[in-house]
Write a protein that binds this ligand. Sequence first.
Ligand SMILES: Nc1ncnc2c1ncn2[C@@H]1O[C@H](COP(=O)(O)OP(=O)(O)O)[C@@H](O)[C@H]1O
Ligand SMILES: [Mg+2]
Length: 376
Amino acid sequence: MIRLEDVTRRYGDATAVDSLSLEVAEGEVCVLIGPSGCGKTTTLRMINRLIEPTSGRILVDGRDILSMPAEELRRGLGYVIQSIGLFPHLDVAANICVVPRLLGWEKARMAKRVDELLALVGLDPASYRDKYPRQLSGGEAQRVGVARALAADPPVLLMDEPFGAVDPLNRERLQSEFARIQRELRKTVIFVTHDIDEAIRLADKIAIMRDGKLQQFDTPEEVLNHPANKFVHDFVGSDRALKRLVRVRVADVMRSPATVLADANTLSLREAAGRRRFAYVVQPDGRLLGWLDTHGLAEGAPAADAMTIMDVAEASVRPDDSLRDALSRMLGLGFRAIAVTDRHGVLLGEVTFAAVEEAMTEGDEHISNQPVEDAE
Ligand SMILES: Nc1ncnc2c1ncn2[C@@H]1O[C@H](COP(=O)(O)OP(=O)(O)O)[C@@H](O)[C@H]1O
Ligand SMILES: [Mg+2]
């Protein structure tokens, strides 16, 4: 889909990008990463033809971009820049429709597209479409920036540190949302960051650069397990086992736990828990209520005495969460296992500490990019 052949860009005597070759397949996310000044933005700007290579070729869909009218090229490329770049005097809807307006879309079509995109990026259309950029938080503005890049449905997205200016918590949220949107839309994406965790989380392929030169171009698993050189090794950092957990989703390792119904009597509770000491207590519709310690079950005493009601939102994870999310939740709560629920609180399974440990040491057997649907 996108192919760089020996692309070099010089500024005077300095070389910003040095003989860079890489290929990004359709529907893949390629993350360009490296320290500040290593040539990431220059690379994106060459693909978008904001600047031209000193030498080398760039092909999009097999066509040399220098042979295409710049307009046509850019229509196929959605561009998200770090500083967001929303127009302050335009409301959210008008900001999103910059490209559709240039393309001469009709009003009704633009209005429909705005609402669609706001919903997609997790902003309520009714409350956001008329706001102005100054009324948005950093995370909200960033979402609008992504919506704007998607407006005319370009097959390719170029994103330059799109979440760079957002605080860590919102950043993780935006990353999960981006991953969800990408599973749905399957764009071809070149995503620039200097954050290795972000790269490992979002990339199908990672291109690590230093001083304009490509150091390694590989899957996140390969980069973690077999760094090409010392620079990559040091750049990835020391907690590689933990980083691996970001690539494994809860859905891939969860198992069915013992469950009992909330209104069961002591005898059937014991039976249902079987040989396990702990069992989850669910309501008849499957929603999780709490858990039960069978050691606390006493003859004659109400079963409720042995139950702990839990704050399900706090004490469970979703199938799409990463094992690192699951681990940090377990550590925070002091549990050896964590429940997996859908968005209605229905119990789907559990992830044990042992499963996390196994994934940490095992490496790449559980890796999955397949979408998991919430059970309705
Ligand atoms: N317009 C320019 N004129 C001169 N040097 C530039 C220009 N743009 C970028 N550079 C230099 O090229 C190198 C790569 O820059 P850039 O691609 O912006 O890095 P990154 O995005 O990885 O931080 C840097 O050394 C930068 O100073
Ligand atoms: Mg940059």
